[in-house]
Design a protein around this ligand. Structure first.
Ligand SMILES: [Ca+2]
Ligand SMILES: [Ca+2]
Ligand SMILES: [Ca+2]
Ligand SMILES: [Ca+2]
Length: 373
């Protein structure tokens, strides 16, 4: 919350606070009070709600020619919630009987009555875009405040000054003269939330300002290429992967046109082999690569099983006879395309009594999904 002095309310007339109260002239320091849930939605810690006729820039456009300006955008205040940070002192009969009063400030009824004719003038927002995701802006906003004064010693006693309904008060110009930052997209590292329907977020500075908005020369801002799926971004760095490779920020040692950090975790598999060769029986994979949600799935093209117990896999007939003689012969069963599941340890397991070696049998299949992020 920041302090927003409102200086337009230059004078509170005599007898406003009570018979004989002196006119009050001065500035009252104010701070924002969270709007929270309103008729227009939940605005959390925001203290001011402003509507714009449009976003100043198209998010997917490239940076225009210098000075990167956009037409002015009309703005209008929709809600306001402020409160005094220190009480003000009211006196009577030329300085006698001082009293302390607090004040809260919201909008005059003329702002909210749905009648446009009595509204203060529209304000404007002038934005320039100095890098791909944002720039700076200045603005002017007109406000007719409604002040509710609350007597500190007796909070049940209030006085209301609605500057829109009381003659003699001009709209207060809230002028953002010093260029303030804005962004189109809020960096997730900032932990801030903004209106998801808006491409203009005031008062936020991007941690990194990017000036090359079209690294792949598509004529469209790269972040939109990714959103349109015209470009991939497997490493989730908000840069099209073709630019990661062409600019050398990602390596491609296996020349598959995919940044190598996205290849990590996918083993280089040998070609399909007959199971008798007993290759590929133990594969080390990295399930911690969160960019890849499939580790490795096993398909068998053929497999031997015991004739007496077809559920039992075998290498030769001795496997079918052991431990129970007479369990049949070991013969080939076709299982073309059978998906068995996910690779895990060799089913025999490794133990002091059974050291794993190259003759171990590769059928260790975990129930799906054994490897899944
Ligand atoms: Ca009105
Ligand atoms: Ca582009
Ligand atoms: Ca990328
Ligand atoms: Ca690669």
């Amino acid at each position: 919350m920041e302090t927003v002095p409102i200086r337009g309310v230059a004078r509170i007339p005599a007898d406003f606070f009570g018979a004989g109260s002196d006119p009050f002239v001065g500035s009252i320091p104010l701070a924002g009070v969270p709007l929270g849930v309103t008729a227009q939605g939940d605005f959390g810690n925001s203290d001011t709600l402003i509507s714009r006729s449009a976003d100043p820039f198209d998010r997917c456009e490239l940076l225009g020619p210098f000075p990167y300006g956009a037409p002015s955008v009309d703005i209008q205040i929709l809600d306001l919630s402020l409160a005094s940070t220190t009480s003000l002192t009211v006196t009577y009969d030329n300085g006698q009987d001082p009293e302390e009063w607090n004040v809260t400030v919201d909008l005059s009824a003329v702002h909210t009555d749905g009648v446009p004719e009595n509204d203060p003038p529209l304000g404007y927002l002038d934005a320039i875009r100095t890098y791909c995701n944002g720039g700076t802006y200045t603005s002017l906003l007109y406000v007719l405040p409604r002040c509710t004064f609350i007597k500190v010693s007796d909070p049940g006693v209030t006085r209301i000054l609605d500057t829109g309904l009381t003659g003699g008060y001009d709209p207060v110009p809230l002028n953002q003269i010093d260029p303030a930052p804005w962004v189109m997209d809020i960096d997730s590292d900032l932990g801030l939330t903004g209106d998801p329907c808006s491409d203009f977020h005031a008062g936020i500075t991007d941690p990194v300002e990017i000036y090359n908005c079209d690294c792949n020369a598509t004529g469209q801002r790269d972040i939109c290429d990714i959103e349109d799926a015209a470009s991939l971004d497997c490493n989730a760095n908000q840069v099209p992967d073709e630019c990661d490779l062409s600019e050398g920020t990602s390596s491609d040692n296996n020349a598959n046109d995919v940044p190598d950090e996205c290849d990590m975790g996918i083993p280089e598999l040998p070609g399909a082999v007959e199971h008798q060769a007993r290759k590929n029986r133990y594969i080390s994979i990295d399930p911690n690569n969160d960019l890849i949600d499939v580790a490795l799935r096993v398909e068998l093209t053929s497999m031997k099983r015991c004739t007496g117990n077809p559920a039992r896999a075998c290498r030769d007939t001795s496997d079918c006879q052991n431990p129970t003689p007479g369990q049949g012969l070991c013969v080939e069963h076709a299982h073309v395309g059978s998906v068995l599941g996910w690779v895990q340890e060799p089913f025999q397991g490794c133990s002091p009594a059974h050291a794993c070696d190259s003759t171990d049998w590769f059928t260790g299949i975990g129930p799906e999904p054994w490897y899944q992020d």
